[in-house]
Design a protein. Structure first.
Length: 212
């Protein structure tokens, strides 16, 4: 029988003692009245890119969806299971968040697979290959505009293009574009550089990322 990792059990006890107990009132309030976050954040599963840590968030502040390469699929109702779309629907229609932030990051393994699909084929990553095909046209754009660039620069460019693709896909959800048009919802792109600890924000009118 497998046992729960002891290190995590210790971390939980530490959380309970150092974080939960001093904030017990806030937790009780959240439990009683429910959550009311103003921000939805879509980020990668990558363990180095934790939104709550990066934004020093308290419980109830960020409505977070994490998936491989922080992707938002385009709106479509075929198929049965739509995890990301369900979360977007809930955040926009029920929680009425004011901001949706898509946050990409440096050294993204998912985006690396999109840049070089043969890497995934070698490991029989059939789910990832299909999922990352969302960046097919972004990859072609990056390859065309970075023909002479080293692979690392192409990767960074595609990581940033991926954020733009997700924002574009967000706008294919009728309720997202409708509420954005009414000025009640803002869409943002961000990019976290792990080694430097820097955050870049997408400037929509210039279509480029600038450091915060
Ligand atoms: Zn990633």
């Amino acid at each position: 029988m497998s046992s729960f990792p002891e290190a995590l059990a210790d971390r939980f006890r530490r959380f309970k003692h150092r974080h939960f107990v001093p904030n017990a009132e806030q937790y009780e309030e959240l439990a009683t009245y429910g959550q009311n976050p103003e921000v939805m954040l879509i980020s990668c599963c990558d363990s180095r890119v934790d939104p709550e840590t990066i934004f020093s968030a308290m419980p109830g502040e960020l409505f977070v969806v994490r998936n491989v390469a922080n992707l938002v699929p385009p709106y479509e109702t075929a198929g049965n299971y739509h995890g990301v779309s369900s979360a977007i629907e809930f955040a926009v229609m029920n929680l009425r968040v004011k901001h949706i932030i898509v946050m990409g990051h440096s050294g993204c393994g998912g985006v690396k697979t999109a840049l070089d699909p043969s890497a995934a084929i070698q490991t029989e990553a059939r789910f990832i290959t299909r999922w990352m095909s969302m960046l097919d046209s972004a990859r072609l754009r990056v390859l065309a505009s970075h023909q002479m660039s080293p692979q690392a620069e192409k990767l960074t460019a595609l990581e940033k293009e991926g954020v733009k693709t997700s924002i574009k896909n967000l706008r294919t959800f009728p309720f997202v574009s409708e509420i954005e048009d009414k000025g009640r919802l803002s869409l943002h792109g961000a990019y976290f550089d792990i080694a430097a600890g820097s955050l870049y924000i997408l400037n929509h009118s210039r279509n480029e990322f600038f450091p915060l």
